[in-house]
Design a binder for this molecule. Sequence first.
Ligand code: FHN
Length: 437
Amino acid sequence: MRITTSFIGFVCVLLCFSTNNIPLYAQGTYVPSEGNLRVREAFRDVKFGMFVHWGIYSILADGEWVMNNKKIPKNDYAKLASFFYPYAFNAKEWVRTAKSAGMKYITITSRHHDGFSMFQTKATPYNIVDATPYKKDPLKELAEACKSEGIKLFFYYSLVDWYRDDYGFGQRIINGKPERADWDSYIEFVKTQLTELLTNYPDIAGIWFDGDWERPNVNWHYNELYGLIHRIKPDALIGNNHHLLPKPGEDFQMFEKDLPGSNTFGENTKDISSLPLETCETMNNHWGFDIKDRNYKTVKQLIHYLVNAAGRNANFLLNVGPMPNGKIQQEFVDTLAAVGRWIAQYGETIYDTRSGFLPPQEWGVTTQKNGIQYIHILNMPEAKFLFIPNVKQTIRSAKILDTKSPVNFNQTAEGITIYLDGLNRNAIDTIIEVDIK
Ligand code: FHN
């Protein structure tokens, strides 16, 4: 019986590989490598990353959708490349900004929906090295700076392309393809670029796909794309911002402008997978640089987002849209520095944690690590106590993290009551450390 089962398993593994050794995931058979599983676990620990939306659109200072929103014909839009010259770009400075904010990874747009590649590629001349006077590959510099600072680097990759004829933007989808475009050629182009990204930047941590939602009925050939990535680099994590539960071959689930399960922005599912989770958000209301947008989120709002994400087991990927000169605007730099000061003091309650003994509440969340539960009170409740049901372990102590002053509590068979009267409150997050070791 055992032999039969292993034999079937063996045949199954064989069947799951196409002739060119690219695993086929369509049958739900993706088996992540051991390394991949380890990387996934480590990804759960990092909690905070920097998202970067940067492209030739930044010149127009009107967000990354400007080409589409302002209906700029592609040949006119392409002129931007001829004067894109980010003279002040300094990869080390970006990495320092991220690192001092407490961020552990960076995810940058290698190519957004405008179709312009921000890296050196042989697949199209429409790229930063060949089409701009800058002539350099900023992703190469960023990859080097990230490596030397121990920051992981992911590449955002748009599936949508408003520029290429073989994408056929705007066309009807018939039988999984745009009706008049050479879809096979587009998929080959994507494969070539993914191969470049995975091989020319060997330390890359993963690929962050976006744009699936633009063509729900097209055949994206994910089995081939994901197979290609995992064949070149089995440990690379694949995420796809399709707003659905992860598909076979994907290694984490992402949420856009939404905490897992809240579903207030545009996710098409409330379901949360058991894979690592990530949620992304903007610092104002735009991803790409927008000079008019002064709707800056406050330091407190962003810290609350980070804490709320951690309490739901998710990493927080916070976006900056650098300016065309390559600088991150001062407003963002200042806010990130302030978030960094908070995290330098309270990071132990965030990094390496998992959600704690109570699911998210109106007043805040709980995180836990090494037998310590951290109660994060983000909005002080009206009630003078918090009740945490079903705590089986014996509580040894409860104290305010800031001052180490004891907090009154009462433990019964039903749970613990934590008394809030006379508590030393913190303006951002009152953290109670509960020792149940
Ligand atoms: O259209 C994009 C948008 O420009 C941005 O890249 C965000 C980031 O999550 N994703 C898309 C919208 O879902």
